[in-house]
Design a protein around this ligand. Structure first.
Ligand code: SF4
Length: 370
């Protein structure tokens, strides 16, 4: 039910609407918008919202979809950094909408641009690199703010995902740099480097709340990898004892973890992979296969539902929920779509033009690395 006049409908009026009315209204607004709007849904999104997505995927695939979207509006049912990436990659004239601007990412929030610039200046002052990164290459995980992506782009670095992190490390060292400065997820950085044979004693963790990152000049000089002290509050909850417990409960179960999990958990897992790889592995497994999955609970529950001939359980019984992505409710989606149908753009995510320029360079470099 769209408003009749082109005035912005208040979100407050939507948050009290009963769930039972949402499906019909969202479907009607989608139909009214037609091809002018693409609705993107991240794998961790709740079922009541993702069922309306034209395209589902991880942050990388969703950004690819945003980059090729035809209509004027990209409604992103994910979190802020994903919507920012869509705004960076989309065509002029397109607008990216995040139905709830409070849907942030705890990991992305752990790397503040001011803190990162201070850390870099320390490296420059110690003679470890030039301002523009001749000896250290900054690489940021997709799960970071646009400002951090731009920081990397401006210094010869780029963005990576959990799918191409390994290739990104090869590329960086292939360029002759001595070190990688990896932001903001220490676990993905550590797991990727370990898999390439880099020992733990050649990795250091930069703590932005400590003087000189809590590191000595000697430690920094010796390190091949400087990891930012950030993590995903969802994946860090999985512990090594969860692996032992699930194996004791289900004979022959395979443990599949996202590389945002702790190194100690990943060492015990049978395999690691991005959300896309996890989905593919479970889908292609023979009937009767058993999996314990170390990733966000909505995806695990959906995998269990979509693969009734297999056993699919969460690695941790208490269930790990991305509480920030969960903020987007059907009411938020309905509000955003009905306003769009009335010609009102609400919750538009816009990246500053200068940030956009360098972040785009960092993202484009990523697309060249496989
Ligand atoms: S699961 Fe973790 S990394 Fe992914 S959006 Fe949620 S908080 Fe961020």
């Amino acid at each position: 039910m769209a408003a009749t006049a082109a005035t912005t409908c208040r979100l407050d009026n939507y948050l009290v609407l009963p769930d039972s009315t949402m499906d019909e209204r969202i479907a009607a607004a989608r139909a009214e918008l037609g091809e002018d709007c693409i609705l993107l849904g991240h794998h961790y999104q709740r079922d009541e919202v993702i069922k309306f997505a034209d395209f589902r995927g991880d942050s990388y695939r969703l950004c690819q979809a945003a980059a090729t979207a035809k209509g004027r509006y990209i409604v992103f049912c994910g979190v802020t950094f994903m919507a920012e990436a869509a705004d960076i990659l989309c065509r002029p004239g397109q607008k990216t909408i995040l139905p709830d601007l409070n849907a942030g990412c705890s990991m992305a929030d752990m790397a503040d641009i001011g803190q990162v610039e201070d850390a870099w200046q320390s490296f420059v002052d110690m003679g470890l690199t030039s301002e523009l990164g001749n000896r250290i290459m900054p690489i940021t995980y997709m799960n970071s703010s646009a400002a951090i992506k731009a920081f990397c782009g401006e210094r010869g670095g780029f963005v990576c995902t959990s799918t191409n992190a390994s290739a990104a490390f090869d590329y960086a060292f292939g360029q002759g740099v001595e070190k990688i400065f990896f932001l903001p997820d220490q676990h993905l950085g550590r797991n990727t480097a370990w898999a390439k044979g880099i020992p733990l004693n050649e990795m250091v963790v930069w703590d932005p709340y400590m003087l000189n990152g809590g590191l000595t000049a000697e430690q920094l000089k010796k390190a091949r990898l400087i990891l930012w002290k950030g993590h995903c509050s969802v994946h860090q909850r999985f512990l090594p004892e969860h692996v032992d417990k699930v194996r004791a409960k289900y004979a022959g179960i395979q443990v599949l973890c996202h590389p945002e999990c702790r190194w100690e958990v990943c060492r015990k897992a049978d395999d690691l992979g991005s959300t896309d790889k996890i989905i593919k592995t479970v889908a292609e497994a023979p009937r009767g296969a058993k999996f314990a999955i170390g990733t966000e609970i909505h995806l695990v529950n959906r995998l269990a539902k979509d693969n009734p001939d297999k056993v699919v359980v969460t690695l941790d019984d208490s269930g790990c929920l991305c509480t920030t992505m969960f903020r987007i409710t059907p009411q938020h989606l309905c509000w955003a779509l009905e306003n769009l149908a009335d010609g009102q753009v609400v919750n538009r995510v816009m990246v500053d033009e200068r940030v956009k320029y360098w972040a785009r360079i960092a993202l484009d470099r990523m697309l060249e690395i496989h």
